[in-house]
Ligand binder design. Structure first.
Ligand code: NAP
Length: 292
């Protein structure tokens, strides 16, 4: 039986919706594995009430929070202090409350993504990358990749202006990285995919109401030398990853990024230094039971 008493630290997730989130299962598994006196809960928080939720959590002595859609950008504006990554991305997925009651915001999404690439043995330095999407998740992916000095990143988005905005925001961080922007409707996208070492779906196409869809419709541009990554983890595999597997590409699902960003958040709250790598295989199996 889990011990919970007055010394147990409370951590949790705020977002809307949070029902169905894998984070409580992920974090409480890791907490047990590391033998920590913490418990993680999911708190549904509606748009417009984020500030009250954060201030209330601070007053209650909650140790820290994860922040998920749609609150990551609003939360960043409420922090007393931001980590470098959270400042660059203008988005926070992890909050700590200091002993003095200050709010400190971090972003661990980009790190979860980069660490998951490395776990598969993919080293981004000097590689050609293509990212579908220009929303918050794509920003974290592009930010993480830039820090690893790939030779090129092509950002492909339905709304080209959003991709151009993301590229402008990242430009200053990317000396030596060739940043290109293309509309999803561009006639050269197939060729760009063929010439990429890493292809990432960071759009929301392929989950929920679009589960049967895929951002790229054919397997003919994928090849066995590529790593193809889908940030979506439900379903697992997505239609996008099925196409890539048909072509013999190596694939990674968003479950790895979810696990590794979560374990980075746990490090921030607990200040424990642990190596997340060895936990990933077991956590993947544990969480897949919930994804179904
Ligand atoms: P977001 O900010 O709303 O961005 C959505 C992106 O998807 C935009 O680029 C949008 O293009 C594109 N898109 C949506 N519907 C489309 C359609 N029908 N056709 C073409 N493009 C379409 O969302 P987000 O926060 O970036 O999240 C994106 C996905 O990543 C979600 O599925 C989320 O669950 C997943 N994610 C996973 C992790 C993880 O740890 N594995 C972490 C974060 C997010 P426009 O700009 O043209 O609208």
């Amino acid at each position: 039986m889990v011990k919970i008493d007055t010394s147990t630290e409370v951590i949790g997730l705020i977002g809307d919706p949070v029902e169905g989130s894998l984070s409580p299962r992920l974090q409480n598994w890791a907490i047990d594995r590391l033998d920590l006196d913490y418990r993680y809960f999911a708190f549904p928080v509606k748009k417009g009430t984020v500030e009250e939720a954060i201030v209330g959590a601070n007053s209650l002595g909650i140790k820290g929070l994860n922040v998920t859609a749609p609150h990551k950008k609003v939360a960043a504006k409420k922090m007393d202090e931001l980590s470098g990554a959270a400042k660059s991305l203008g988005a926070v997925n992890t909050i700590t409350f200091t002993d003095e009651g200050k709010l400190k915001g971090y972003n661990t999404d980009w790190k979860g993504f980069v660490n998951s690439l490395k776990l598969t043995g993919f080293e981004p330095r000097g590689k050609r990358c293509l990212v579908f999407g220009a929303g918050g998740a794509a920003a974290a992916v592009v930010f993480g990749l830039i820090r690893e000095a790939p030779s090129r990143i092509v950002i492909v988005n339905r709304t080209e202006a959003k991709a151009a905005k993301l590229a402008r925001e990242m430009e200053g961080l990317s000396p030596g990285v060739d940043l290109e922007v293309r509309p999803l409707s561009g006639t050269d996208i197939g060729k760009k995919i063929e010439r990429s070492d890493l292809v990432v779906n960071a759009t929301s196409v392929g989950t929920g109401s679009t589960e049967a869809e895929t951002i790229w419709k054919t397997d003919s541009n994928f090849n066995p030398d590529q790593l193809v990554y889908d940030l979506i983890y439900n379903p697992d595999p997505t239609e996008f990853l099925k196409l890539a597997r048909n072509a013999g590409s190596k694939t990674v699902s968003g479950l790895d990024m979810l696990i590794l960003q979560g374990l980075e958040s746990l490090k921030v709250w607990t200040e424990e230094e642990f190596n997340p790598g060895p936990m990933v295989d077991e956590l993947r199996d544990h969480l897949r039971q919930q994804v179904g």
